[in-house]
Write a protein that binds this ligand. Structure first.
Ligand code: SAH
Ligand code: SF4
Ligand code: F3S
Length: 377
């Protein structure tokens, strides 16, 4: 197949899940653009549809299966976390799918597409899956493709090895790998040269960043000194790795947004222990006090899971009280969802759906009134 023929092929990328996936979809777009494909945002005109998927909760996966069912594209591929969760099992669950490409394998996409197009419609019907890579090449981050003209996501670390007992991410994204800070800074400078003004540094646990002698606080200081950068922020922070040093850097770095997303997940020490979060309610509360003392007028948001296995009414009330006491600017509240591979899989999912819904609504309503009050101030 020559480049002229490829140029006729239109690719639609459908993104599910977190900001990491939004960035990965940009990376995929950049790679395919370079390889001569035409990107489209009109799914009805796509020859090829790539679903960049999320496995974090059952609901996230259900959305993907129904999108596959609806897709009219001639060639359908699955990338992202479900690719690693199911691997070639995807072909059994969804026979319409032609290829599966894992989270660390996206650099192979142009090659995979060429191969698939050779076979599709030919004598040989071939399915391809590539989910074995451990590492991404740093080059894939440098295609310069961004959905927003002024804002760019910059991945600083991939994977996670915290193994929170409910979470599938370490199994689908692999072990923690911190990118070379020299390369991160080069990427930011390239972004600025192309007109980007704001940056979000991305990682599942940015605070665990360590490349040679540079830790996260030092990286933040390096980024702050990049010429031409107007503003930057970072997500997500794990409380156990968040320190007063970081809050001081937030206070002192003039370009750093005073915004901290610090998922607490729950307010009961018993449940936090079962979740393998590595901190207590008191530790978290102290951290928030330090943050508020050090970073004046800082915003604070969190994530909460209700209905974790064995969560009693008392455990739940501890979460409710924590939300009431700490007055977050916003909270993202999730109903516990059983995930494959995880430790919590061994515990019975014993909080009934109705009860999860009740607890979810209580925290949601409570947080709504807190957010409203805070925004009026
Ligand atoms: N690395 C980030 C984000 C992880 S996923 C962090 O640690 O904060 C985003 C959120 O999804 C988590 O914070 C958690 O609240 C929620 N989540 C993860 N797994 C879940 C599960 N099995 N059921 C319900 N919510 C879950
Ligand atoms: Fe999942 Fe915990 Fe890692 Fe976040 S820190 S991605 S919740 S294992
Ligand atoms: Fe993100 Fe979902 Fe994967 S939250 S890391 S896309 S499981």
């Amino acid at each position: 197949m020559n480049n002229k023929e490829i140029a006729k092929k239109r690719v639609f990328i459908r993104t599910f899940g977190c900001q990491m996936n939004v960035r990965d979809s940009e990376v995929i777009s950049g790679l395919l653009d370079k390889a001569g494909y035409k990107l489209t945002d009109d799914e009805t005109k796509a020859d090829i549809e790539i679903m960049n998927t999320c496995s974090v909760r059952q609901l996230a996966e259900d959305k993907v299966w129904s999108a596959v069912g609806r897709s009219k594209a001639k060639i359908i591929g699955i990338s992202g976390c479900m690719a690693n969760n199911y691997r070639e099992g995807i072909f059994e669950k969804a026979p319409k799918v032609d290829f599966v490409v894992g989270t660390a394998d996206i650099g192979k996409l142009p090659g995979i597409l060429k191969e698939i197009e050779k076979h599709k419609g030919g004598v040989l019907e071939k399915k391809i899956y590539e989910t074995d890579a451990d590492l991404r090449e740093d080059e894939i981050y440098h295609t310069g493709f961004h959905l927003d003209k002024e804002h760019a996501f910059v991945v600083i670390s991939e994977g996670c090895e915290n193994y929170c007992s409910y979470c599938v991410v370490p199994y689908v994204r692999g072990k923690l790998r911190s990118r070379d800070y020299g390369d991160i800074l080069d990427e930011i400078r390239e972004d600025i040269d192309s007109g980007i003004k704001n940056i979000t540094l991305l990682g599942q646990n940015v605070n665990a960043y360590q490349f040679k002698d540079v830790n996260f606080v030092e990286l933040v200081e390096l980024v702050n000194s990049v010429k031409g950068l107007k503003e930057f922020s970072f997500v997500t922070s794990h409380p156990k790795d968040t320190s007063l040093e970081l809050f001081k850097a937030m206070r002192d770095c003039d370009k750093l947004k005073k915004y901290l997303h610090l998922p607490v997940q729950g307010g009961s020490d018993r449940i936090l222990k079962l979740m393998n979060r590595g901190y207590t309610r008191q530790f978290y509360t102290n951290l928030v006090a330090d943050y508020r003392k050090t970073v004046k007028n800082g915003e604070l948001t969190t994530d909460i899971i209700v209905g974790f296995p064995t969560e009693t009414e008392e455990d739940f009330e501890e979460t409710r009280d924590l939300v009431k006491d700490l007055e977050f600017n916003a909270a993202y509240i999730f109903k516990y969802s059983v995930r494959p591979h995880t430790e919590a899989l061994k515990l019975a999912d014993d909080v009934p759906v109705k009860e999860k819904e009740r607890r979810h609504k209580i925290i949601l309503d409570l947080q709504k009134s807190i957010s409203k009050k805070k925004n009026e101030k």
